[in-house]
Design a protein around this ligand. Sequence first.
Ligand SMILES: [Zn+2]
Length: 159
Amino acid sequence: MVAAKLTEAGLKKQVKRLQGYANFDAFKEELLRVLWSHAVTDDHAERVVSRLIDAKVPNESGFSACPTPAEIIATCKLVPEKKQPARSANKKCVQCFGTGFAQDFILATRIGDRLETQSISEEQFHQLRKQPLSSRNQAVYESVHPCTCIQPVVEMANV
Ligand SMILES: [Zn+2]
């Protein structure tokens, strides 16, 4: 359980994760300073640093520059302070079969300069896909949308 606060020890630990990067020694004090003033909690700082590490791609000679204070500040603003609540789909849902994503099958018909879309069944979709459609004015496609059964997981309140 991560305490929801900002600590020097917590931030030093996060800054240390960047020590493999070139120029780290030149930057480390500044990195600590900007994390201290822009991160909200240790947990937030951890996610900020993870995001920076994940985004680093070394150049052709394998050189990876250390994130700069400006990058840290920008990333602190980008990463939400609180983790997004986990969401869970209903395992018995007949729309999405517990995946959280329901599939749509759509027939689109162009009439003049309008495009009319209608939902079709999965069977219709597969049938229509096999046969040439009445003209080039029609197309079938599938898409997914988040299922209505998805509910935020209720987190235990901090006591
Ligand atoms: Zn569902």
